[in-house]
Every structure is written in structure tokens, then in C-alpha cells.
Ligand binder design. Structure first.
Ligand SMILES: [Zn+2]
Length: 319
């Protein structure tokens, strides 16, 4: 699962050392202009923890992607890692949240408050369908395809940015989900839309299976347009290593979902009088029962996508 990460960090294969264990105390340098600091929130839904990323360098300042939960120690470590040329912290130009879930965006406000110049919090506002715990309003709302540029200080006039993130709106896991393309380096920050080591939950009504599948197509097309070789997820190690493997990871996810959906359709056809509770253990007989309460959310999303239940039904039955 970490082949992509080794290919990114050690392209020649002769790098003496790159630790793959999860670092919550020290940022891990993945590229000259990309660091990852994992929040200390490992768990059933978060895997090894939420990956916060810092993109940029001391000369341009940094964009912080997904500050994570409001964990004071983690936020302080992020602040320290974003160094000015003199070694002091807080060199953050913008804070971007891929979406509003509790393991991604609540750290944004305390990180902003720590930085002397209060960098703006960017993202998409949560939709009315979001759960109360996922309510989120950025300082500035991003547009699809908008470019976020980091430009070296003092060279603003006529200088071509060395770090440019392109926003891609990718509803599906959450209605306000975005991914970010680092154009100069062919990297995709995939938030929770694409994970390494687990399958993202589609939780209606804010999660939507049709949107999720369509967003995978959007991401695959963007990978081909921009020669994306690596995918950096919000949970898990780097994926990819080449356009073929990065694109392959996306195609695999889509195939996996459609295979599950076909299985669900077959289960429902065999048990037309059944309920969601009856279909769940049959449709997910290949996963541990402890996963079923979460799988039920994705099952509802598939049933809605298959038009076997109404969207309103999933909304009404949401806990
Ligand atoms: Zn997450």
C-alpha cells in the first residue's frame, strides 16, 4: 500500500531512509514543497489519523490543507512546521478544507487564530444536507477550477508561481468536498474522495453515490489532462507512482463500487419483500459485521442510486 509513497520520496530507489510509520510529532517531507503531518486521531473511521498537508516553502509561505480536528497540539505543530526563512512558525498564506467533516475542518479556526496575519479559511460552505456536526462556513468560498497561487515574496510582479493548486469540486463523500491539484508537480490531494487502505463512506443525503461516481470520472480526466502521477489522500499513504497507477487506482474504485451495486441489485431481486436490514448482511457478507452499521449508509446510497428507494427516504431514516 506504500509503493506510491516510496516512488514519490525515493524516485531513484536509493534514498537511505524514509519512515512509513505514522508521524504525529514531526512533519514528513514528501517532496521539496510538500510535507505531511498526521493528526493524533487514529480510529475506525479515520484509519491512521487525518493527514494535514503543507504545500509551499519558506519563501512563498504555505497552504495548509485539512488542519484536521481542533487538537491544540496538532495545530501548534502545524504552525511550527510552516516556517518563515528565519525559522519562526506560522508562515501560512491560506488554510483550505477539503470538506467539513469533524476530522478535517474544525482545526482551521484555531490555526488561523495562531497565525499573526490570520490567513483566510477557504473551501465550500457545507450544504443544507450536512449533519449539524459538519456545519462549515469558510471565509472565502472557492470556485470549481479556481487557482490558488503561492508566489515568492518580493517577486510578485511578473513572476510565475512555483506552487499552484487547482480546485476541483468533487461532491459524493460530502456535498462540499473539493480535491486539489498541485499543477507544477502532478500531485492530487484527494481528501476523503480517494483513500489508501479503506473505502470512503457515502452517507446520504449529504453523501450521494451518483455524484461520487461522476466525481471519480472528473478526477480521472484531470489526472490525464495534468499528468498526475501521485494521489495524496487524507487518510493513508501516497498512492500511484505513474499516470497509469494513479489512474488505475481511480478506475479500481469505480469498478469496486459498481460491483457492489450489482451485488446489491441481485440481493434485492432475490428478496423483493425484504427490508434494508435484511439486505445489509447479504450485500456485505464479505465484510466484518462490525462494519455493517457504516456499510448501511453506503447501502442506502446505492439503493438510492439504483432508484430502489427515494432520496427522501434516506434523508428521513438518517440517524
Ligand atoms: Zn476524513
Amino acid at each position: 500500500m506504500a509503493f506510491g509513497e516510496m516512488a514519490l520520496v525515493c524516485p531513484t530507489g536509493d534514498e537511505p531512509h524514509h519512515a512509513l510509520d505514522w508521524q504525529t510529532e514531526q512533519p514528513v517531507r514528501l517532496l521539496r514543497n510538500v510535507m505531511r503531518l498526521t493528526a493524533p486521531n487514529p480510529g475506525f473511521m479515520t484509519g491512521p489519523g487525518t493527514n494535514s498537508y503543507l504545500v509551499g516553502d519558506a519563501g512563498t509561505g504555505f497552504i495548509a490543507i485539512d488542519p484536521g480536528p481542533a487538537d491544540a497540539d496538532h495545530i501548534e505543530r502545524l504552525w511550527h512546521a510552516a516556517m518563515h526563512p528565519d525559522g519562526s512558525g506560522g508562515n501560512i498564506a491560506m488554510i483550505v478544507c477539503t470538506h467539513s467533516h469533524a476530522d478535517h475542518s474544525p482545526g482551521a479556526a484555531p490555526l488561523q487564530a495562531l497565525c499573526a496575519h490570520a490567513p483566510p479559511i477557504l473551501g465550500l460552505p457545507s450544504a443544507p444536507t450536512a449533519r449539524a456536526a459538519s456545519a462549515f462556513t469558510p471565509n472565502n468560498s472557492l470556485q470549481n477550477n479556481e487557482l490558488l497561487r503561492l508566489i515568492p515574496r518580493g517577486l510578485e510582479v511578473g513572476f510565475t508561481s512555483s506552487h499552484t493548486l487547482q480546485v476541483i469540486h468533487t461532491p459524493g463523500h460530502a456535498a462540499n468536498h473539493i480535491c486539489l491539484l498541485l499543477l507544477e508537480d502532478g500531485l492530487l490531494f484527494s481528501g476523503d474522495h480517494i483513500l489508501n487502505g479503506s473505502t470512503t463512506v457515502i452517507d446520504p443525503p449529504d453523501g450521494h453515490m451518483g455524484d461520487y461516481l461522476q466525481s471519480l470520472d472528473t478526477l480521472l480526466a484531470a489526472c490525464h489532462t495534468h499528468d498526475v502521477q501521485f494521489i495524496l489522500p487524507a487518510h493513508g499513504h501516497v498512492l500511484g507512482g505513474s499516470l497509469a497507477t494513479a489512474g488505475g487506482a481511480i478506475s479500481h474504485l469505480k469498478a469496486h463500487r459498481l460491483k457492489r451495486e450489482a451485488k446489491i441489485a441481485a440481493v434485492v431481486a432475490a428478496h423483493p419483500q425484504g427490508t434494508v436490514e435484511d439486505w445489509l448482511p447479504l450485500a456485505y457478507d464479505d465484510v466484518a459485521p462490525r462494519v455493517w452499521p457504516v456499510a448501511k449508509r453506503s447501502l442506502l446510497a446505492h439503493l438510492e442510486h439504483l432508484e430502489l428507494i427515494q432520496g427522501q427516504h434516506t434523508k428521513a431514516s438518517a440517524p
